[in-house]
Ligand binder design. Structure first.
Ligand SMILES: Cc1cc2nc3c(=O)[nH]c(=O)nc-3n(C[C@H](O)[C@H](O)[C@H](O)COP(=O)(O)OP(=O)(O)OC[C@H]3O[C@@H](n4cnc5c(N)ncnc54)[C@H](O)[C@@H]3O)c2cc1C
Length: 494
């Protein structure tokens, strides 16, 4: 194999000269790279950002823009919610667990109002209004949304407060976040080299990372980093080989990414001795319309409910895709379907309609009597405003009456482009595992020691997540810990 084209580290002793030399080199211009580069520059370092694409953005720019913030932000207060870092920590520990990174969660929660202000000071604004219903993504400009905090069991673990903060635009807002952060990075004096693919790290005889090799239009470039290299190249959902090795549960499903999440940064750091962590943990999104399942129910192939349908849809998706016998069906009655605003249905229409549940069982292939028993138990308790099995909030409880509809979650919908709905597995996801880092972004080796000169943040690293995911924690921990990594790199070797 051509060594230059591989991710194997280049020995510094073999390098005759560098094309560029700065204090800190940041690899990848998504949200984590922007935050790291900005803070390194703000700390007085000379910084260069290397980005393989033609401009900044990455998956961050395509994202919904939801950022998990709390502990008493001005938007929360303006919407009438008291919140504290301790309540936020209790929620995140429960929702991101089991095995979430407690030290990272604690710092993230303690620093959340400061981080909110940092984003606002960079021009990211959040409207002081709440979207108050289960959804993946409000189609409004509301700046605040629930991400499961007011649903069981979390409403008993922590005082409910909505913490999904959304940039001031309707629907997907990642572009706006990246527009503001990119402008702030340029204003901070960071140099940006686009169309430049980082290929390997340069390591000296003492094991310190001192630079990067890269390729631009077929030409090899060498970058010297006097203080540190920060890897913020995103996750690895677009690399089938890495998925097969580490997170096979996403094989065959759609990717939630910009198409460039090939794990190249993780691979080049691992080739230089970095440890990885939680590589099998993934975010999972199933094609279900939150407003419809809240008004009806979600059942597996055996006609069984398995979750409170009013919680964060990512947790519902995780439970459905990784733990239940599929296919998974939304069961809703005509009244429930019609009571959801048409825009909120995202173009989803019933795939089967029937006057009786027995007919619906036949059409969907559920065992005879299974759905009938589930709906009978649900209706009996819903009459009393209760859900003794899964504790869906009384607001969403109502006995289901004929005619009924079943919606197949294997048919993928497009929230903003209903005409693009198509037949897939109905599942999409991205990876959450990555380089093992300290809270300051130092990348650890297999012995648990920091590799000098090497830092990471965002989805190239393992962040706060345990086995679960809550929307907003990727842009959230990417920017929060990206800032810390940038500051640590700027301070290294001084
Ligand atoms: C449709 C969609 C909706 C989402 N919604 C949300 C949401 O609302 N909230 C949330 O928190 N998360 C959301 N996510 C997830 C979130 O966007 C990502 O997990 C997050 O943006 C990752 O940030 P990052 O900075 O680590 O990586 P990225 O933003 O992907 O940035 C990595 C950058 O590195 C570059 N790069 C990669 N390899 C190299 C290399 N070898 N050399 C040079 N450059 C390289 C890439 O081109 C890219 O620009 C969503 C994602 C998608 C796709």
């Amino acid at each position: 194999m051509n060594r230059n084209a591989s991710a194997a580290p280049r020995a510094a002793e073999e390098v005759e000269s560098y094309d560029h030399e700065v204090d800190v080199v940041v690899l990848g211009f998504g949200c984590a790279g922007a935050a790291a580069a900005h803070e390194a520059a703000a700390a007085g370092a000379e910084v260069l950002l290397i980005e393989r694409a033609g401009g900044p953005g990455g998956s961050s720019a395509l994202s919904g823009g939801e950022i998990y913030l709390g502990g008493g932000t001005p938007v929360q207060r303006a919407c009438g919610f008291d919140d504290t870092p301790a309540e936020m920590e209790a929620f995140l520990t429960a929702a991101l667990g089991p095995h979430a990174d407690q030290a990272k969660i604690r710092l993230y929660c303690e620093g959340s109002t400061e981080h909110y202000q940092w984003l606002v000071d960079r021009g990211v604004s959040f409207n002081a209004s709440l979207w108050d219903a289960p959804t993946w993504m409000p189609l409004t400009e509301d700046g605040l949304m629930w991400l499961g905090e007011n649903s069981w069991p979390f409403d008993r673990i922590a005082k409910p407060a909505p913490r999904g903060h959304r940039p001031g635009t309707s629907s997907f807002g990642g572009w706006l976040l990246m527009e503001k952060l990119s402008a702030a990075v340029v204003d901070a004096g960071v140099g940006v080299h686009t169309d430049t693919l980082a290929t390997s790290l340069v390591v000296d005889a003492g094991g310190r990372v001192v630079g990067v090799t890269a390729r631009r239009y077929g030409e090899e470039l060498l970058y010297r980093a006097r203080r540190g290299v920060v890897v913020t190249t995103g996750g690895f959902v677009d690399n089938e080989e890495m998925l097969a090795q580490h997170a096979p549960q996403l094989l065959g499903h759609d990717k939630v990414s910009d198409g460039l999440d090939d794990g190249s940064g993780i691979t080049m750091a691992a080739a230089a001795g970095a440890a990885t962590r939680r590589m099998s943990v993934v975010e999972t999104a199933l094609s279900v319309v939150p407003g419809l399942i809240a008004r009806g129910m979600l059942v597996d192939a055996l006609g069984q409910r398995f979750v409170n349908e009013d919680t964060y849809p990512g947790l519902i998706s995780h439970a459905a895709v990784h733990r239940r016998p599929g296919p998974v069906w939304t069961i809703v009655d005509e009244e429930g379907y019609e009571s959801l605003d048409e825009r909120e249905r995202w173009g989803v229409r019933p795939h089967h309609v029937a006057g009786t549940l027995a007919e619906l069982e036949q059409e969907t292939g559920m065992p005879a009597g299974s759905l009938q028993a589930t709906v009978a138990a649900y209706n009996e308790a819903a009459e009393r405003g209760e859900d003794p099995y899964f504790h869906k909030a009384a607001r969403w409880l109502r006995p289901l009456r004929p005619p009924y509809a079943a919606i197949d979650s294997r048919i993928r919908f497009h929230a903003d482009r209903p005409e693009r709905a198509g037949s897939t597995t109905g599942v999409a996801g991205f990876t959450l595992g990555g380089l093992h880092t300290t809270v300051d972004g130092e990348v650890l080796d297999l012995a648990g020691q920091p590799i000098e000169g090497l830092y990471a943040a965002g989805r190239a690293s393992s962040g706060m997540h345990g086995e679960n995911y809550i929307s907003g924690t990727s842009l959230g921990d990417g920017t929060f810990f990206g800032r810390r990594a940038g500051r640590a790199a700027a301070a290294a070797g001084r």
